[in-house]
Design a binder for this molecule. Structure first.
Ligand SMILES: Cc1cc2nc3c(=O)[nH]c(=O)nc-3n(C[C@H](O)[C@H](O)[C@H](O)COP(=O)(O)OP(=O)(O)OC[C@H]3O[C@@H](n4cnc5c(N)ncnc54)[C@H](O)[C@@H]3O)c2cc1C
Ligand code: FES
Ligand code: FES
Length: 489
């Protein structure tokens, strides 16, 4: 058993102990370490001013990812190489992304600049060839800048990218070795029975800890929990971080579908989900930002039970199954049955999500996913529509439809599904009963994100859009951006 958190800073192992469990990495960096280059803007994961990079070994390879330090717990840095803006220059020479930001006038007031430099640095470190404009824009989606404007910053990203990656440097190899040495596989428990930060290393240790402390707060990526701390001022005296549990991060692709471990991050799930269907890939690309996708997990998104979370409607439409464990008992249930009422899930105290199984589409089945937000990037859905339709020629023989943002939980549109059976894609008149049934399926949410009337209309139009797309064989011009593979741009 280990009683302190350990991570790498500038090649040296740092050990921290005795901190409040809910301490955030940003506060540690700024207040304890006095590395004040990293800024605090929004303190809710939206602006990117606090971006730092975490390096971890993934299948033996060192991978750096950008994270929002403002909503990341200090304990979550365990086992990582923590890189901040102070660390990029070597021997007085700026890093190429810093030079490019100066050369291209990418900074005015400068408050956003450290975060932007860190996002560009991870892009630079992890690139496998010259950086494209789309890659640069995606990498910057989680960084707000209000005075420079993005054109010079994107220019800097492209200029810094160079022709070819540098390849593994001796520094990276040393870091990889140091991280391998930190991976002790031991349970981490810092604190006492009343207040602790724990990071069990195995499923059995996690199950036992959760049974003993059913009221403890489970934390995966903390992209939701972090805001309870920064915005809700929650105390959270007992924290169990899932990020070190062996096996919980397993991602398996089989003939029948994907089994995604609860702690698989969105960035890791992205490619696998894209292979199931291009619309799933597009949903993942627009999920939060690079920072949110690096920390946030599939299990956290489902367990959080938000009515506007993106994965639940998509996975429900695909007929996914969620797997849970409490002590030695494991159980599974259809994902749609997991959501009982507003923020109330079918999960007992001490029980945790282990994985979700997402089936592949079968012959004749078609998927359409549409996320409607106020901003294209880094925004939570006002409405999310997920449609899995089985077609026999032009005729709908089966329908599985789920929406987010239309009820207190992600929910299937049972009446609509029923009314759609037999509809003819070539004859829009036959769609009417289903479009009318939708109004009876839901009493939409009404809040500052969107009014109930807007949501009802959008939901109807999304169904219409799915039918138009399928009816046209994907030739109808229905999408402004992120067009489906095979569709005209
Ligand atoms: C800036 C920003 C943008 C965002 N954009 C999106 C978006 O586009 N779409 C979207 O859907 N969401 C979005 N979110 C919300 C959030 O990122 C996701 O819900 C994310 O998937 C949560 O995962 P996590 O691992 O960070 O969860 P955490 O914050 O670690 O946990 C969330 C909840 O799940 C519980 N939990 C976590 N893992 C388990 C488990 N294995 N078993 C049981 N309980 C568990 C926790 O106790 C907590 O109640 C955004 C958040 C931010 C801050
Ligand atoms: S301070 Fe804005 S994302 Fe962290
Ligand atoms: S330079 Fe001022 S916010 Fe970006």
């Amino acid at each position: 058993l280990r009683d302190r958190v350990r991570f790498l800073r500038r090649g040296t192992v740092v050990e921290v102990e005795g901190f409040e469990p809910r301490t955030l990495l940003l506060d540690h960096l700024r207040l304890a370490e006095r590395s004040t280059g990293t800024k605090e803007g929004c303190a809710e994961g939206d602006c990117g001013a606090c971006t730092v990079a975490l390096g971890r070994l993934r299948d033996g390879r060192l991978v750096y990812e950008p994270v929002n330090a403002c909503i990341l717990l200090l304990g979550q840095a365990d086992g990582a190489d923590v890189v901040t803006v102070e660390d990029l220059a070597t021997g007085g020479a700026l890093h190429p992304v810093q030079t490019a930001m100066i050369d291209h006038h990418g900074s005015q007031c400068g408050f956003c600049t450290p975060g932007i430099v860190m996002s560009l640095w991870t892009l630079h470190e992890e690139r496998s060839g010259p950086v494209t404009r789309d890659q640069a824009v995606d990498a910057l989606a989680g960084n707000l800048c209000r005075c420079t404007g993005y054109r010079p910053i994107v220019d800097a990203a492209l200029a810094a990218s160079g022709a070819e990656p540098d390849g593994p440097s001796p520094g990276r190899e040393r870091t990889a070795d140091a991280l391998a040495a930190l991976a002790d596989g031991q349970d981490l428990f810092m604190g006492d029975d009343d207040s602790f930060f724990a990071a069990p290393a195995s499923l059995d240790s996690l199950a036992a800890l959760c049974e003993r402390n059913p009221e403890a707060t489970l934390v995966a990526g903390a992209t939701d929990v972090g805001l309870w701390i920064t915005k809700g001022f929650a105390d959270l005296p007992k924290i169990v971080w899932l990020g070190r549990v062996r096996g919980l991060d397993r991602l398996e692709a089989g003939a029948d579908g994907l089994r995604i471990g609860a702690t698989v991050s969105h960035v890791r799930a992205h490619a696998a989900l894209s292979s199931l269907d291009p619309d799933l890939g597009e949903i993942m690309r627009r999920f939060g930002s690079a920072q949110v996708r690096a920390s946030g997990t599939v299990g956290g998104n489902l367990a959080n039970g938000s009515p506007i979370g993106d994965l639940a409607p998509a996975f429900i439409a695909l007929g996914a199954t969620i797997h849970l464990r409490k002590g030695g008992r494991e159980r599974s249930l259809p994902l749609e049955d997991f959501f009982i009422a507003y923020r109330k899930q079918d999960r007992e105290p001490g029980e945790f999500v282990t994985s979700v199984h997402v089936p592949r589409l079968r012959d004749g089945e078609h998927l359409r996913l549409f996320k409607v937000t106020k901003r294209f990037d880094e925004d939570i859905s006002a409405v999310m529509g997920a449609f899995r339709l089985t077609l026999d020629g032009e005729r709908v023989t089966q329908a599985c439809i789920a929406y987010g943002g239309m009820a207190a939980t992600p929910k299937r549109a049972a009446l609509t599904e029923h009314a759609l059976i037999g509809a003819d894609l070539a004859d829009p008149g036959t769609w009417e009963p289903a479009l009318a049934a939708l109004a009876r399926d839901f009493t939409p949410l009404d809040d500052m994100r969107a009014s109930a009337a807007y949501r009802a209309l959008v939901a109807r139009n999304l169904l219409l859009k799915a039918l138009v797309e399928l009816g046209s064989g994907d030739t109808a011009s229905t999408r402004l951006v992120g067009h489906r593979e095979g569709m005209p741009a």
